[in-house]
Design a protein around this ligand. Sequence first.
Ligand code: CS2
Length: 481
Amino acid sequence: MRRLSDATLGEVRTPVRTPAYDRSAVQVGVVHFGPGAFHRAHQACYFDDMLAHDPRFAICAVSLRTPDVRDALQPQDGLYTVMEREAEPTFRVVGSIREVLTASDESEAVFARLVSPGVRFVTSTVTEKGYCLTTTGDLDLDHADIRRDLASPSRPVSFVGCVVEAARRRREAGIAPLTVISCDNLSNNGAKLQAACVAYARARGEPAVADLIGEAAFPNTMVDSITPATDQALRDDVAQALGLEDAWPVQRERFLQWVVEDRLGAEGDAFTRAGVTLARDVAAFEKAKLRLLNGAHSTLAYVGLRLGYDTVSQAMGDERLAAFVERMMRQDVPPTLRASELDVPRYIGDVLARFRNPAIGHKLSQIAWDGSQKLRFRLLETTAELLDQTRPVDRPAVGVAAWIGFVVRQTQAAAPITDPLAAELGEVARRCTGAAEQDVHEFLALNAVFPSALAAQPTFREAVTRAYALLRDSPDTALAL
Ligand code: CS2
């Protein structure tokens, strides 16, 4: 079977949607860091829509370390397929990625793009761990990548290091600063990234660059679309639909939402025309999404894996678990959310319906990745605010305890744990004896995961310890909370 590329694009079978613009006429206006499945299913689709009206929104995609995406997409001229997995699936060939680079071995090519006047945006899906932050949300100057970049700042390996080096070189060349749009699942994502870049620039001894970054636009955003990892079934479905081979298609639900803080000036019109919501206050959207959707996701993942389920829709088929998660979403999270135009009860119902989508095989093991980085924004911030309000934390504590149980079980089975702190987690798990209080004590001492103020709270410790024991001995009782 022939491969998808510019040369074969005209052979794509109908009714597959293909780029509605001349790809040879587009110009790179965006450098994206972290071109994984979520970027290609989400932002790259919006930029593909923008390109139908304005050729200046093509993407140069940059992987910080791994060449896999570059090696898969370069032979396809950056083209790939998005399959919307619904009762009536649809297929779309996306053309917004014009170039794929790997920073670790193409650093100067990456900076040639970052310093070109036509590039106005940097976007990122480097995941929570890519920010090199402490549990308090500040730049971790002891992080190995940050220490390495401070020693060799002109060839950075960290995302923060790349953003600051780009700012320094653009300033030197007299080019306007970039607008940096974080698309990662952390609260106050733009503000945290901006503060981290300012701190790094100061640590580099570049105060003028730090000031410039401090005045630049780093809008907060909320991004949302459930995007299961690519699998062979998807590749087969895409080959069948296109009549061409696509080495790395992506799949998602039909639901797609991008809310960006309105810091885009005149460029904002292109974003809104493509369906992006520009908002003055993104915090209400992002906190609701992180604490409701993602908090429920992580709870479903770790408790669902404990109960032997494989996907989100299967876990939601367990009425005990589905009802537990719904109670947490409807009773525990809303008191920690600010009043906003968001209809929270309706949003919760929509999220639960999305979780039940039988067409989406979203693996719990995928959601379980990087728990040491995700727990903070999805469950721990909610828990800390409930404690401040002297409200019970028993249900959010179940997700925390289920994560601990997941790490212990994986370690005991010598099974892999996908997490930047995997080595530390394994060491802690190997010290666990099965005594709930001791095991939980070992994990809560991990101050790279649990803020010390929270870990010291007796109510929190007791709730996690109780949940840990119940999940091990009587999960029904845990799910009745
Ligand atoms: C998921 C998210 O893998 C995970 O951690 O919770 O990727 C989730 O699918 C997205 O945030 C939905 O917008």
